[in-house]
Design a protein around this ligand. Structure first.
Ligand SMILES: *Cc1c(COP(=O)(O)O)cnc(C)c1O
Length: 241
């Protein structure tokens, strides 16, 4: 396999470092798909939160075409700094209803976790004249600290979303508990896969499964992830907020 860059010398040291990390991650992703996986294609989302627009550019130069941010305002300032960069912008964090108008400008909203938010997004999508791709965030582990629809409510939630015609329900997003052991991770990720299938059974075009972060993306891929959301492994540790 050839890297999408011919030599590191044209890149800044930061961009060259990111390119090497992207390459290493892609190799790990491929190995995970070969070990397990469900025959799915896997998209790498570079999570650039807390980093500047240069992180987005470095990821782009390394061949990444999907960028994730968890805060609307931070994403908007990066998008404004890079107006012509042809990447897909993912809103991966919790979405407040008063940010719905901005949220519907993203290519994929990962954090749909309540009917009230669905209604706010629906209204914002209609007034923007858009159909918005969304993922239902599912709280598989049942941790009280996590956002998300409980797994046992996913079918009812899918039914209720039928009235939000401007939302295209593309699948499920989940977050595993912090520092969980492998067995727990597999339970959470396979539970998310089941939730995705239940959502599809309610009539939505739910084919996507967003799960896996820097510490657990290989297991997520083995359990069927179609999108992994990676920050630290690509850009290094974030400074504490
Ligand atoms: C920050 C963040 C990530 C990336 O986490 P890393 O461990 O740095 O890879 C993924 N998903 C969400 C929702 C995040 O907020």
């Amino acid at each position: 396999m050839t890297a999408p860059f011919s030599s590191d010398s044209q890149l800044s040291p930061f961009a060259a470092d990111v390119a090497r990390r992207v390459q290493a991650v892609r190799e790990r992703m491929q190995a995970a798909q070969q070990r397990g996986g469900h025959g799915q294609e896997v998209t790498l989302i570079a999570v650039t939160k807390t980093h500047g627009p240069e992180a987005v550019e470095a990821a782009y130069e390394a061949g990444v075409r999907d960028v994730g941010e968890n805060r609307v305002q931070e994403a908007e300032s990066k998008r404004a700094a890079l107006p012509h960069l042809p990447v897909r912008w993912h809103l991966i964090g919790h979405v407040q209803r008063n940010k719905a108008r901005a949220a519907v400008q993203f290519d994929l909203v990962h954090g749909l976790d309540s009917l009230r938010l669905a209604e706010a997004l629906q209204e914002a999508a209609v007034s923007a004249g858009r159909v918005v791709d969304v993922l239902v965030q599912v709280n598989v582990s049942g941790e009280a600290s996590k956002f998300g629809v409980p797994a046992h409510e996913v079918s009812a939630f899918g039914d209720a979303l039928a009235r939000c015609a401007a939302l295209r329900v593309r699948g499920v997003m989940t977050m595993a508990p912090f520092e969980a052991d492998e067995r727990t991770l597999r339970q959470v990720f396979s539970g998310a896969r089941t939730s995705r299938d239940r959502l599809r059974a309610t009539g939505h075009p739910a084919d996507l499964l967003s799960m896996g972060m820097s510490g657990d993306f290989e297991i997520a891929i083995e359990e069927g992830a179609t999108h992994v959301r990676l920050g630290t492994v690509l850009f290094g540790a974030r400074e504490a907020a």
